[in-house]
Write a protein that binds this ligand. Sequence first.
Ligand code: PHE
Length: 480
Amino acid sequence: PGDFHLTHKAAAKVVILGGGIAGLTTAYELGKAGYDCTVLEAQNRTGGRNFTVRGGTSTTDLYGHQQTARFSDGQYMNAGPARIAQWMLTLDYCRELGVPIEVFTNENADAYLYNEKSGMTAPVRYRTAKADVYGYVSELLAKASNQGALDQDLTADDKERLITFLKGYGDLGSTLDYTGSERRGYSVVPGAAGTPGVEYGGPPTASEVFATGVGRYFSFEFGYDQAMLMFQPVGGMDRIPHALTGAIGSRVIRTGCVVTGVTDKAHGVTVTYTQDGRARAIDADYCVAAMPPNLMAKVPHNLGSDVQSALLAITPSSSGKIGLEYRSRWWELDHGIYGGITETDLDVTHIWHPSYGFHGKRGVIIGYYNTGSNADSYAPLSPKDRETRAVAAGVKIYGDKYRSELATSFSQHWRQFPYQEAAWHSTPGGPDAPRYNSLNDPTGHVYFAGDWLTYMDAWQHGAFASARKTVTALHTRVLA
Ligand code: PHE
C-alpha cells in the first residue's frame, strides 16, 4: 500500500470525535492536505484502545476498581492491540512516522499447550504435540491410501507422491508407522561427542493424542491476520498514537472532552461537549465521528433513525488482559521459552511470554488474554482477586515460580472501561450490509470512521483503512 496522501490541498474546518487510531489518522491525513482539524478526546490521553500500561499508569473501571501500575522501569504491557501482521497498514504508518518495530513472537515450538478439560495433567510443548498429531494423521492417511481407501480420488502416481509427502510430514518409518521422532524433543539435548542426547520417550497412542485435543491450536497461525512473522513497536504499542499525536500537533487535540450532542445543519455541524465539566460547543464544516459505535448511539444527534439503528446493530464484545511482572525471567531460565504463547482451555485462555527484554532481569507475562464469558467472569473481581485466580491457573502449567516470583500485576477489561465499553465489535452481515449505508456514507456533514466499519475489526489496520476511506470521501467532496 505504501504511504498515503490526499492529492491537492483544501481548507475546511473538521471536528473529529475520538482520538483513537481512526480519529488521529483522520486528523493526520486531513492535516497534511491543509484542513483545520480539532480532535475531541474524552480521556486524558490519545490512542483509545491502543493503550500501553507502564509504572505509574492509573485507571478506574466502571465498577470503580482503581489501579496504578507498579511495573518497574522499562517494563510494560500492551493492554489493547499487541501484534501487527506484515501486510497491515499499521506497519506503513510505523515506517512513515519513524516508529521502530521488532518481531512479536506469535507462535513458539517451545511454548506449552494445556487442556485440563481433556484430562491432561501436565502441559505439552507445541513441538511435541505437533510431532504426535502430524505423525499419527500422516500414518492413518498413508495406510488408508495404501489399503485402497482413496482409489476413487487418486491415481497410483498420486498415491506414491502423497505417501512420499506424508513420510516427511509425519516422520514415518518404512512401514508407515509413527513411532515417535526426535521432533518430539529431548530430555537431554544433543551435545559433544559422547552426548547424542536423550529423546523424550515414545509417543502416547494415537487415541490418547487425539483425546487431548491439542491439535485444535495448530490452525491459528494459518490465519491471514495471525501468521508469523508478526511485529510490535519497540517500547510499547502506544508509540504509534504518540507519534501520530506529535505529527498532528497538540493544538489540534483537546483531551478530557466528552461529546454531548451532534447537530447537522444546513451549512455545517455543531458539536457540544463538556471539558472538565464545563459545557462547550464547536462549529465546523464537517464532522468525523470516530467514537465507539456503542457510545455514539448514546449521544443525542439529529442524524436520523437509520443512523441510530445502524449504530445499535453493531454490538460490543468483551476481552481482558492481566500483566504479571516477575522478579526473574524464569520462563527463559527454567523452561527455555523466549516469547510466544501458551494455549489453554482454562479461563485464562492465552498466556503470552514477552517478546522484548530477553535475558533482562524482570519481565511481564500476560497471564490471561481472554474473551467473552471468560473475560466477563474476571471483570467484576477486584484486581487482587483477578491476580489470584490467574496465578492459580498458571501454576498448573508452570509450577510454583508462577506464584513465588510474582512482583506486581495490572489488569484491564475493555467492556467495563470508560469511554470504550467494548474490546471490539460485531458488525452483523459485514460492513457492506445495506443497513450500514447510513454509516458508510455521510449524513449531511457527518461522516463515520472506525475499525468496526471494516473487514478488519479488532485490528488497528481496520482503523487506518477506515480513516483513509473517510478522508478520501470528504476531500473529494470538498474539492468538487
Ligand atoms: N486483533 C486481536 C488479536 O490479535 C483480536 C483478534 C484475535 C482478531 C483473533 C482476530 C483474530 O488478539
